[in-house]
Ligand binder design. Sequence first.
Ligand SMILES: [Zn+2]
Length: 60
Amino acid sequence: MRCRHCGWPGDEAEVLSTHATSEGWVRYRRCVCGAVSIELVRLAGPGVRAEPVREVVPAL
Ligand SMILES: [Zn+2]
């Protein structure tokens, strides 16, 4: 998934932090354009299957 603001590949964005929650893993990334994205990696079932759901927050 790419940044909504500049189109930069999200996987190459800098990882700010990662937190384990009841929903899965929440990962914060900062794009080269300054936008911060929140990536929720859901761990479904016993198999290792991560489904990233990314929400981009405009830079302040
Ligand atoms: Zn960007």
